[in-house]
Ligand binder design. Structure first.
Ligand code: UT7
Length: 325
């Protein structure tokens, strides 16, 4: 059977104009800039304007990714959009992006895996491409978490921000080899026993409301380090690679201390870690493609580099991916 590699041909990001600093939040809840910076590394986050939706942000990020890839929306076969904050309960936000991009062929759907959503979407897209079922795909992570935060809960409202990131994948013949560009390996996990540690307390079926994000941060923190480290070990093992092969670490941007804990375990120097958490906060499914976009545009990540992604989110869902750029 012929096999195809999913090559990242272009990356794009979008952050809303409005910025909320820690000092701004300290005027709303009982917190301080010092507490937020020390415990999370976050200095500021971007917040969507009134009326600015997940699909709008996703569309802008997608146009930028398509431009970077030198492709037209009409050439795409598939859109997968990862979000926990869709415009509406249905239809899928991906179909709204499809319309806005003017993509009249193929198919589009959403994936719900919260902060791990981008990794899940990437892995699903890679499966379609590996079998030759699609030749090009847009994979998006886009969120308006500001709409599901309890702005009176200081334990959660300081952590998150809004934004969107997108990658264009193009199929190239051949299985992923050591030196070839493309997604090398992905490893996904979930464990539904931990739903009550990180969830939204509303939804169409249960409460007929949108609800607010609830998190036992401290417990999530401990699971994050253990689970993510396990997924990284597994993806490296499956790929026949080791820590020293990694050129860049682009983690989900939840907390600077998690990034530091995991990179320390991996033996990766700080210079190889792409951290945007101070500027973006936690943008859930958007955080990895947004960080990737930053590091490509500022010239750090170059063609041929081996990049490691990881994330953990509500569910729990978690995973890791290795990509040769
Ligand atoms: O992206 C999805 C996955 N999410 C994550 O990976 C997040 C994982 N968790 C974390 O990042 C951290 O647990 C937090 C940043 C959420 C919290 O940091 P922590 O060091 O685990 O703090 P804590 O929850 O143990 O709280 C310590 C203290 C508590 O006070 P007491 O009980 O010790 O008196 C909290 O009430 O800090 C208090 N606190 C705050 N104080 C000032 C909690 N939030 C705040 C706040 N400002 N915003």
């Amino acid at each position: 059977m012929s096999r195809f590699r999913s090559v990242i041909a272009g990356v794009g990001g979008y952050l809303p104009e409005k910025v909320l600093t820690n000092a701004d939040i300290a005027k709303m809840v009982d917190t301080t800039d010092e507490w937020i910076r020390q415990r999370t590394g976050i200095r500021k986050r971007h917040i969507a304007a009134e009326g600015e939706t997940t699909s709008m942000m996703a569309t802008i990020a997608s146009k930028r990714a398509l431009e970077a890839a030198g492709m037209e929306a009409g050439e795409l076969d598939m859109i997968i959009l990862a979000t926990a904050t869709p415009d509406l309960t249905f239809p899928a936000t991906a179909t709204m992006v499809q319309k806005e991009l003017g993509m009249l062929r193929g198919f589009a759907f959403d994936i719900s895996a919260v902060c791990s959503g981008f990794l899940y979407a990437l892995a699903v897209a890679d499966s379609f491409m590996a079998r030759g079922q699609v030749r090009s795909a847009l994979v998006i992570g886009a969120e308006t978490f500001s709409r599901i935060l309890d702005w009176e809960d200081r334990t959660t409202c300081v952590l998150f921000g809004d934004g969107a990131g997108a990658v264009v994948l193009r199929a190239e013949p051949g299985a992923p080899g050591m030196g070839d560009r493309g997604i090398v390996h992905t490893h996904l996990r979930s464990d539904g026993r931990f739903t009550d540690l990180l969830y939204v307390d509303g939804g169409p079926s249960k409460t007929q409301t949108v609800g607010h994000l609830r998190m036992s941060g401290n417990k999530v923190f401990r699971h994050a380090i253990t689970n993510i480290s396990g997924a990284i070990a597994r993806v490296l093992d499956d790929a026949g690679l080791n820590e020293s092969d990694i050129d860049w670490f682009v983690p989900h941007q939840a907390n600077e201390r998690i990034l530091e804990g995991i990179s320390k375990k991996l033996g990766l120097p700080k210079e190889k870690v792409v951290s945007t958490v101070s500027e973006h906060g936690n943008t859930s499914a958007a955080s990895i493609p947004l960080a990737l976009d930053v590091a490509i545009r500022d010239g750090r990540i170059k063609r041929g580099d081996l990049v490691l992604f990881e994330a953990l989110g509500g569910g729990f869902t978690w995973g890791a991916a290795l990509v040769r750029m």
